[in-house]
Ligand binder design. Structure first.
Ligand code: HEM
Length: 485
């Protein structure tokens, strides 16, 4: 077994984890090495903190490590049994991945939904534009960047799936309370998933749910599933009337394609229940990760005015003053691309990959036992000074100069794998590569920004908070200014 810190009886190494497990594990790896064993209650965890060993684990032993250690909270409403994120690699999981790659993330589908994303980003521009002329005190003028970006991404996704907006910038426009609470619900689920749950460490406590995490998660899942269920019902009704010639449906979205598929093939792997849980997975996995990437990128640029200036200059040079950014411009914006990569290196939204060993495996000369949790600490790899010079500084140029293949495909350079690698890698990379640069470029090109309360760049709070994803501890409050020149 790999070396590691001394495990105390019963609790093992729980006390070593702290509030930011990825950071504590990074410090432990400096002492015990790039592959360590830790014990958490009855669970054995193997923690990998180097690109070389991550590569061996996720390529040579991809199949052995392709399942996940199921977190107890995901057992709420039996989500783990049908979920794409939590299912083991099996025919059901393959069916869901294929559904997503064909009906949502294929190049053709992404091209056909591009107009829709531009529309949602234009709504963001309109909102920020009207905000600029509002209010007199800084407090009134500041925008919570995380909130408005979340709404933009959520509406892009909800329109792709259901042809409807889930939220409105001004609030109050929707009468359904859940849609106002969407961000809080998703954050709540991720916060609970990021907590140390005694049931994961001592499964015998499962029936007690002593911290109430599974119960809380069940409530959140229920609220989201009920929303999807109502949308599903309404669409089935619409389609039935349209077939009878009473109404015409103009939707041509993912839900429509899924309903057509269900008509042809309603099986154990593909049925209404699975699809509702798939929507749940997509919103939980997609919203917070993508939002926090844009929010961190904006925060880093506000914190580093020289880099902000370079980014704006590039946009001006490529687009001119009057053009708003489009997805087709992204491939020309090399500095922007480097900014996003540097943001993902420093603030990988998912700091730790969660996998599990299917059988005994030998890796780097050590034994990884069957059923051990296998964690790849992306945060540690991103901050390793033997890989990155001056690792804690925001230097986008390093990605322009470096010889590594950092195309995020996750199969070459394991120094930079923010989307994971192998069978379980993120299925939405191509969508992320469109929407993140589009929103970021738009916010930078259409407005100037200042920090609320006239704070100086170095005064901006850059602390992190962990809840399965790494988000900003403090909201990023910025005041937009319409450019006059
Ligand atoms: C910046 C944005 C994003 C980042 C950095 C990111 C990163 C990741 C990572 C690291 C994994 C786990 C890979 C592994 O275990 O090896 C993952 C899985 C996943 N992601 Fe993403 N993701 C992002 C956006 C999205 C979006 C927008 C969606 C959907 C709309 C999405 C859906 C999923 C799903 C469903 C999985 C589970 C795949 C499986 O287990 O088979 N992600 N993502």
């Amino acid at each position: 077994m790999p070396p590691g810190p001394y495990p105390y009886p019963i609790i093992g190494n729980i006390l070593e984890l702290g509030h930011k497990p990825y950071e504590s594990l990074f410090h432990l790896s400096k002492k015990h090495g790039p592959i360590m064993t830790l014990k958490f209650g009855s669970l054995t965890s193997i923690v990998i903190s180097s690109p070389e060993i991550a590569k061996e684990a996720l390529t040579k032993h991809d199949l052995a490590f392709s399942n996940r250690q199921v977190l107890d909270i995901t057992r709420a409403l039996d989500h783990h049994r049908v979920s794409m994120v939590w299912s083991p690699v099996c025919d059901h999981w393959r069916t869901l991945r294929k559904l997503c790659s064909t009906h949502i993330f294929s190049p053709q589908k992404l091209e056909s939904t591009s107009k829709l994303r531009h529309k949602k980003v234009q709504e963001l521009v309109n909102f920020v534009g009207t905000w600029c002329s509002k209010g007199s005190s800084d407090e009134e003028e500041a925008i919570d960047i995380g909130k408005v970006v979340f709404i933009t991404i959520m509406n892009s996704l909800s329109n792709t799936l259901f042809s409807m907006d889930f939220a409105h910038y001004y609030g109050g426009a929707s009468d359904d309370e859940i849609q106002h609470d969407f961000k809080e619900i998703i954050e709540g689920i991720l916060d609970d998933a990021g907590q140390i749950n005694l049931v994961d460490l001592f499964p015998v406590l499962g029936f007690l749910d002593p911290q109430g995490l599974r119960g809380r998660c069940e409530d959140s899942f229920k609220r989201l599933l009920e929303l999807f269920d109502d949308i599903f019902d309404e669409r089935v009704r619409m389609k039935a009337s349209s077939e009878k010639g009473f109404e015409r449906t103009t939707c041509c979205d993912v839900l429509d394609s899924f309903l057509d598929l269900l008509k042809e093939n309603n099986s154990q792997d593909l049925n209404r229940h699975c699809l509702l849980h798939l929507f749940l997975d997509l919103f939980i996995a997609g919203l917070e990760t993508t939002t926090s990437t844009v929010e961190w990128a904006m925060a880093e640029l506000m914190h580093n005015p020289n880099e902000m200036k370079k980014a704006k200059e590039e946009l001006l040079q490529i687009l001119g003053r009057d053009e708003n950014p489009k997805e087709s411009d992204i491939s020309k914006l090399h500095y922007l691309e480097a900014i996003i990569k540097e943001t993902l290196r420093l603030h990988s939204p998912i700091p730790i990959l969660f996998h599990k060993s299917k059988f005994d495996v030998e890796i780097n000369g050590f034994k990884v036992p069957k059923d051990a949790e296998v964690l790849v600490n992306l945060w540690a790899i991103g901050r390793d000074s033997s890989i990155w010079s001056d690792p804690n500084s925001f230097v986008p140029e390093r990605f322009q100069e470096c010889k590594m293949d950092t195309n995020n495909k996750g199969n070459n350079n394991f120094e930079f794998i923010p989307f994971g690698s192998g069978r379980r890698m993120c299925p939405a990379i191509s969508l992320v590569h469109r929407i993140v640069p589009l929103i970021l470029a738009t916010l930078l090109h259409c407005f100037d920004w200042k920090i609320v309360d006239d704070k100086k760049p170095q005064e901006l709070d850059m602390s992190e908070e962990y809840g399965l994803t790494v988000r900003r501890a403090q909201p990023l409050l910025l005041v937009p200014i319409i450019q006059t020149d």
